[in-house]
Design a protein around this ligand. Structure first.
Ligand code: ATP
Ligand code: MG
Length: 232
């Protein structure tokens, strides 16, 4: 088990290959440490290893070299469940399931009240688009049916994450083009969601990169540069 964490995240000399036999190292000697509440943007070319860093942090895979620690606890020493309870993971192809918008927001905290869910949606700027849907919060979403844009899906995932209230957030920002209004909602909603959490964002938006406490530029499995937007 892992106790309620504060959110200090540390990689110590992490090395990783998806295929150990083949020996093609995807990450090599990655080290960093961020205190609770830090916003970290991961940038770099395609195939650089950004998603792999996130896969290791959420222990989707185990590291082969070095250590991944949260509040000083090695992820290898605790159960997967107890790790995932501390983390909100929002990937590009946001996972929505068949059901209403409301039940999708409550996904990680089904016992929450409607009021709490709506408050969360308001905080992350998702409320306005939701109330304009055919049936508002009762609108049925199915994997193919109701056509929500990628940006709208990401807004719902923000509301879901805020309601779940994890100490650590992982976000793979959508790359596809997003209309200006949704874009603004995403920018503002994200900044509110990040408050008080340690977050790792594979960042595509300039606004996200500018607001980050640290940008890590990853190339060919190594951190080649790190600093704030002004510094880099
Ligand atoms: P992108 O910007 O395109 O998302 P990325 O920086 O996230 O790129 P990764 O997905 O971390 O890059 O991939 C790093 C390397 O690992 C690539 O060479 C990729 O082909 C390889 N890779 C990624 N996932 C797997 C996997 N599940 N099995 C084997 N190899 C993988
Ligand atoms: Mg990726």
């Amino acid at each position: 088990q892992m106790p309620q964490v504060k959110g200090r995240v540390e990689f110590k000399n992490v090395g990783f290959a998806y295929d150990v036999e083949e020996g093609n190292k995807i990450l090599d000697n990655i080290s960093f440490e961020f205190g609770p509440g830090s916003t970290v943007a991961l940038v770099g070319p395609t195939g650089a290893g950004k998603s792999t860093v996130i896969n290791l942090l959420s222990r989707f895979y185990d590291v082969q070299e070095g250590e991944v620690l949260i509040d000083g606890i090695n992820l290898k020493d605790v159960t997967l469940n107890s790790i995932r309870r501390q983390m909100g993971v929002m990937l590009q192809d946001t996972f929505l399931f068949s059901g209403t918008v409301m039940s999708n927001i409550k996904y990680a905290r089904p016992e929450a009240t409607d009021e709490e869910a709506i408050q969360a949606a308001k905080t992350v700027c998702a409320h306005d688009f939701i109330i304009n849907l055919k049936d508002g919060y009762d609108t049925e979403i199915n994997e193919r049916g109701t056509r929500l844009s990628i940006g709208e899906r990401q807004l719902i995932s923000f509301a879901r994450a805020l309601l779940a209230d994890p100490r650590i957030l992982i976000l793979d920002e959508a790359t596809s083009s997003i209309d200006t209004r949704t874009e603004l909602a995403l920018q503002n909603g994200l900044q509110r969601l990040l408050k008080g959490r340690t977050s790792f964002i594979i960042a595509h938006r300039l606004s996200t990169i500018k607001n980050a406490d640290c940008i890590m530029y990853i190339d060919k499995g190594s951190i080649v540069e790190r600093g704030t937007h002004e510094e880099l």
